[in-house]
Design a protein around this ligand. Structure first.
Ligand code: G3D
Ligand code: MG
Length: 185
């Protein structure tokens, strides 16, 4: 009975992707997942302990359906030795930094290396500058040309998001889905 149910459930799904959100603490990873999955922005929730994952099914183009299991690294940003199993088997990543804290962008290279070491050198990723809603008040803190060049260097793309307003969040996951789908072909 259980087997039958799972066959029915996965029929019509062309891809199942494990997607991870990685990057320094407090850049907005958990907020991005919440925005994408539940379309809400929750303030003052507790720091994620351990790894949380949720899933969402989306249409990538006219005829391809993907189920994404989305893994939020949780409090493990602080403990490198705990992160390896989190990366293993992932098909793609959102590499997130905080547009209001340049230092989080400067850490992206080491986060990317870590991802590539565990998940493979060709793991597709989308580079995310989050908290775009704050830029109008405080001005640009990172050089967007430098960010774009970093992404291009790895044949990737750069997207600015706001988990608060929802701007570009769905697009970021969709672009990653395209990259993962093209890699699988
Ligand atoms: P993390 O999962 O990367 O650690 P969180 O980051 O999602 O926990 O977010 C860290 C803080 O940034 C939270 O604020 C959250 O509300 C805020 N934040 C996340 N995304 C955005 C965004 O797009 N815009 C703005 N303005 N704030 C954002 P608190 O105050 O709860 O620590
Ligand atoms: Mg978190």
């Amino acid at each position: 009975m259980l087997i039958e149910a799972s066959i029915i459930y996965t029929s019509g799904i062309d891809y199942i992707f494990k997607v991870i959100l990685t990057g320094p603490g407090a850049v907005g990873k958990t907020s991005l997942v919440n925005r994408y999955i539940t379309n809400t922005f929750v303030k003052n929730y507790k720091i994620t302990i351990g790894v949380d994952f949720m899933s969402k099914t989306l249409k990538i183009n006219q005829n391809k359906i993907a189920k994404m299991t989305i893994w939020d690294i949780g409090g493990q940003e602080r403990f490198k030795f705990l992160r390896q199993s989190f990366y293993e088997g992932s098909h793609g990543a959102l590499l997130v930094f905080d547009l209001t804290r340049a230092v989080t962008f400067h850490e992206m290279k080491s986060w990317l290396l870590e991802l590539q070491q565990s998940a493979g050198i060709k793991t597709p990723f989308v580079l995310i500058g989050n908290k775009a809603d704050l830029i109008k008040d405080i001005g640009e803190c990172v050089d967007s040309n430098e960010v774009r060049m970093f992404a291009e260097q790895y044949n990737s793309i750069y997207i600015e998001t706001s988990a608060k307003s929802g701007d570009n969040v769905e697009n970021a996951f969709l672009q990653l889905a395209y990259l993962m789908m093209n890699r699988q072909r």
